[in-house]
Ligand binder design. Structure first.
Ligand code: B12
Length: 491
């Protein structure tokens, strides 16, 4: 089958290293947009394909689609090695196809990527809809003056011949109207789409501590009892958490803006579509009411409730996952969610950095620890709760770690699952941009640091990536906290 543009999600080049089974959900919207404009897109998740067919020859597979453009996502830093190696392979088997990468990480490191890897033809930074459409038109229109064309494509970083890297001066930011026209449920544009729902990230489902092993099949279960997928709510964030590569600061660098949300009606439509037309049991909701204003969420739920009423129904069969730092605690809106969705399936995954305001402020987490405890008491017995404690952050201390351990023990007694995470170093984050401000020493900084780190990795533990000038090491913090949540010590 030949296609105009083949979207590929990488996996399997370093099977023992860090994995990310999912492609960015925005790719479905992108593919739907290109199809609305008369082109033939296809999304292939090679990570999934390799699990379904361990004998799969990537070269043969890629060649068989005879694509004019190959779009590879490089959204999460965990794909810095995988996506580049896939691009290399694609150029080898389809030398005339244009290879373009995009996503958060690619946007942060566009120039370096173009300098290092001549087999990548372009990076699209930030919002990719219009730029990718124009790039596709350029790639299919062989008779044109290439240089002239490329200059006019917004958000594009490219190279002419072996020359210097150029960033087009035009920029594009998607509008709310355009965002509302994208269809994020076009699963028919995805190869083996039904099997996609059998992929899972052990961190999320089931609501348990994750077991990270080196077997790729750990990410796939043909009999998966609970299927989860992502609801598209918008792009970006208004908060400035120092470690986060999806913060307002990081988005500003990559997307030249902070937050854009879809309209509540469109989100409500999608909730109903997931409920009625897909095998999905739980939807993961970014921009949850823990970080986004209640007014927006009331509008979504008003719309869901009225659609349910038209159908003579009172509740959805879906559950939800909220995964956020609890910056807002509004029990009214949370209560409404728990009432309209199936609360027995629903999961709250809360991230906490410290018990002390001083440390939270230093890391720009506008969180009130008392409110968090209030929230946890409310949720106890009402939904599944996971609490992720971030360690290694600048400003954390031995004394605050000990207090955090008490908190972890209490939280666990209330029935929540507690996990401990290294605060990873994300491209574009405040920490990586301004290490001196946070008294940290970076161990990775450039794209090539991430690339080599991931190339050499032989386990699935998380990356930390810097040394903080704290009075306690990250290893000691982990020891203290793990001891506090070991089940035998609970009684
Ligand atoms: C929803 C979400 C998830 C969902 C997945 C959603 C999905 N499939 O898209 C789940 C829960 C599964 C998840 C998992 C992970 N996530 Co996450 N996630 C988010 C969250 C909350 C929102 C993402 C979002 O808004 N996307 C919308 C926009 C930005 O992306 P998009 O529309 O999908 O894609 C657009 C562009 O990126 C670009 N684009 C994307 N792909 C491509 C491809 C091509 C060819 C082109 C041209 C363009 C392009 O064009 C699209 C449309 O314009 C962000 C937080 C945040 N504030 O952003 C974290 C975030 C992106 N995740 C993060 C991380 C680290 C992870 C994990 C690696 C965690 C882990 N350590 O295991 C995993 C990896 C998952 C995987 N690959 O399997 C970090 C990323 C930092 C970084 N630079 O790497 C963030 C910033 C949050 C955080 N603090 O941890 N995540």
């Amino acid at each position: 089958m030949s296609v105009d543009i083949l979207f590929l999600h990488a996996g399997g080049f370093n099977p023992e290293g860090l994995q990310g089974p999912f492609f960015p959900i925005g790719v479905i919207g992108l593919a739907s947009f290109l199809q609305q404009n008369g082109y033939k897109p296809l999304i292939v998740n090679l990570f999934l394909e390799k699990i379904l067919n361990p004998e799969l020859d990537y070269k043969e597979a890629v060649k068989s689609y005879a694509p004019s453009v190959i779009g590879i996502d490089l959204h999460w830093f965990v794909h810095c090695y995988e996506s580049v190696e896939l691009a290399r392979l694609c150029k080898e088997v389809c030398p005339s196809a244009k290879i373009v990468v995009g996503g958060l990480t690619a946007s942060q490191f566009d120039t370096e990527i173009m300098e290092q890897f001549p087999f990548i033809d372009a990076v699209i930074r930030g919002d990719a809809e219009q730029p990718l459409l124009q790039y596709l038109q350029y790639a299919l229109d062989t008779g044109s003056d290439a240089h002239h064309h490329l200059e006019n494509i917004p958000n594009l970083t490219y190279c002419i011949g072996a020359g210097t890297v150029t960033r087009s001066s035009k920029s594009y930011r998607i509008s709310r109207d355009e965002l509302d026209q994208l269809d994020f449920l076009r699963f028919d544009l995805l190869q083996n789409w039904q099997k996609t729902f059998n992929l899972f990230n052990a961190d999320y489902i089931p609501a348990n501590e994750s077991q990270r092993s080196n077997d790729l099949n750990e990410y796939y279960n043909p009999e998966l009892p609970v299927k989860a997928w992502i609801l598209y709510t918008g792009r970006g964030c208004q908060y400035k958490c120092t470690f986060c590569g999806g913060s307002a600061t990081a988005f500003n660098r990559a997307f030249e803006r902070t937050l854009i949300l879809r309209s509540p009606e469109k989100i409500a439509d999608d909730i109903l579509r997931y409920n009625e037309t897909t095998p999905v049991d739980i939807i993961y909701m970014p921009h949850s009411p823990l970080i986004t204003e209640s007014r927006f969420h009331h509008k979504i739920l008003d719309s869901v409730a009225s659609k349910l009423k038209e159908r003579g129904l009172k509740k959805l069969t879906l559950g939800f996952i909220f995964e956020d730092c609890p910056f807002q605690v509004d029990l009214e809106i949370l209560g409404r969610y728990l009432q309209l969705f199936d609360r027995r399936k629903s999961i709250f995954r809360l991230y906490l950095a410290d018990v002390e305001k001083k440390t939270s402020d230093f890391n720009h987490f506008p969180v009130d620890f008392k409110q968090t405890q209030f929230l946890l008491n409310y949720l106890s017995g009402r939904a599944h709760v996971l609490v992720g404690i971030l360690i290694g952050l600048p400003g954390q201390t031995r004394s605050s770690t000990l207090k955090m351990a008490d908190f972890a023990r209490d939280t666990r007694k209330k029935g929540a699952v507690v996990m401990i995470y290294n605060a990873e170093l994300h491209p574009g984050s405040e920490l990586i941009q301004f290490p001196e401000k946070y008294h940290i020493k970076l161990e990775v900084k450039r794209f090539m640091d991430y690339y080599h780190y991931l190339e050499q990795k032989r386990d699935k533990s998380m990356l930390y990536g810097y040394k903080a000038n704290n009075d306690i090491t990250i290893q000691e913090q982990r020891q203290i906290l793990e001891k506090a949540i070991t089940p035998e010590l609970l009684n």
